[in-house]
Design a protein around this ligand. Structure first.
Ligand SMILES: CC(=O)N[C@@H](CCC[C@H](N)C(=O)O)C(=O)O
Length: 371
């Protein structure tokens, strides 16, 4: 299987959450080409579940990958850059899918005792595919006893993997705020309520929630990643929109931040004479790794000459956290040595990491089967 070719083909067709139609067709073609009588395939919305029957099964091992891209315009000069304007695999899901396909092929070609389920999950970047996938009858029928997943890590060297027992990724909540007030002519500010000014002040004030309302020992991040307002240079904007995300290490801290945010909104509605509608979008539960499985993973990596390094918790979010809330398992970082990080329009992961990822996943499945 040519992993680099597959990754490049997938890289060219990034699609947003629950719109991964071309991606699903591409994956199904590859999966169907591996079909044997031990392989069953189910489609779930734009995702896919594949079960490979073991020779003598008494449990099911699950490996999950995410398949969606981001609304980011790629800024690389690669001949295989995204062909979908304004969309990019800027979070490495092209790598995750390729590694899942490569490992699936090895597990089909080299049968193990236990059943293995490969989950190609849509919409990780939003609105979240893990939870609805888990609620499907297909998932319940093939529910794994242990599950794991990986994520590329641009800041780690190729050949290194990393994880930790306990909390790996944060709790997250999306944040969408719509400001509306009385717009008008740029020359008459006293007759209007300027939503560009209101939203700009709000972004600055928002930072005080973490800095001045939370216990400094409770880690949290509030980021506004997108801001829009107005129509033209010489009119005062009647509307503005902020799009962001809240991240915390403790699940309960998210609610503390939301309460403070809502009080801030009340104050802004009075002082700026406007309305502010709030939508929390998708909320993801923390990724919490089971010690026992991280130990097996670390030992398996060392035995297979892959460098294992203990990770720190990160403020990234992952809806895989919902799977780990229900099923024991873990997630790990795969080093891809990119000078540009996740969600950067110039992310350039090292393709040598594909082989290492396949080796890590295949050997981990075998180790989990044997334990
Ligand atoms: C690994 C990673 O980068 N995951 C995303 C998950 C996004 C969750 C949601 N859309 C949000 O922004 O809260 C991340 O941004 O961490």
């Amino acid at each position: 299987m040519n992993l680099v070719e597959i990754r490049r083909e997938l890289h060219q067709i990034p699609e947003l959450g629950f719109q991964e139609f071309k991606t699903q067709t591409y994956l199904l073609d590859k999966i169907n080409a591996m079909q044997t009588d031990r392989v069953e395939v189910k489609e779930w919305r734009t995702g896919i579940m594949v079960r490979v029957s073991g020779a003598n099964p008494n449990k099911t091992i699950g490996f999950r990958c995410d398949i969606d891209g981001l609304p980011i315009t790629e800024q690389t000069d690669f001949p295989f850059k995204s062909t979908h304007e304004g969309q990019m695999h800027a979070c490495g899901h092209d790598f995750h899918m390729t590694i899942a396909l490569g490992s699936l092929k090895l597990i089909i070609d080299h049968p193990i005792d236990n059943d293995v389920v490969f989950l190609f999950q849509p919409a990780e970047e939003g609105p979240g595919g893990a939870l609805p996938m888990m609620e499907s009858d297909s998932f319940k029928e093939w529910k794994p006893d242990v599950v794991f997943a990986l994520h590329i890590a641009p800041e780690l060297p190729t050949g290194t993997v990393s994880s930790r027992p306990g909390l790996l990724f944060a709790n997250t909540s999306e944040l969408f705020l719509d400001f509306s007030g009385k717009g008008g002519h740029a020359a008459y500010p006293h007759l209007t309520r300027d939503m560009t000014v209101a939203a700009s002040s709000f972004v600055v004030e928002l930072q005080q929630i973490v800095a001045r309302n939370l216990n400094p020992l409770e880690s949290a991040v509030v980021t506004v990643g997108k801001m829009e307002s107005g129509f033209v240079q010489n009119a005062i904007a009647e509307s503005a929109r902020l799009e962001g995300t809240i991240r915390t290490l403790e699940p309960a801290t998210i609610n503390v931040i939301k309460q403070k945010l809502e009080r801030l909104i009340q104050g802004f509605e009075i002082s700026h004479e406007c309305k502010i509608a709030i939508d929390y979008g998708a909320n993801y539960y923390q990724v919490y790794n089971e010690q026992q499985y991280v130990d097996i993973f670390a030992e398996t990596m060392t035995t297979n000459n892959i460098n294992y390094q203990e990770a720190n918790p990160a403020m990234t979010g992952e809806d895989f956290g919902y799977m780990l809330k229900d099923i024991p398992g873990f997630m790990f970082w795969l080093g891809v040595d990119s000078p540009f990080g996740l969600h950067n329009a110039q992310l350039t992961p090292d393709e040598d990491a594909l082989e290492i990822g396949v080796k890590a996943v295949k050997n981990t499945i075998q180790a989990l089967s044997a334990c």
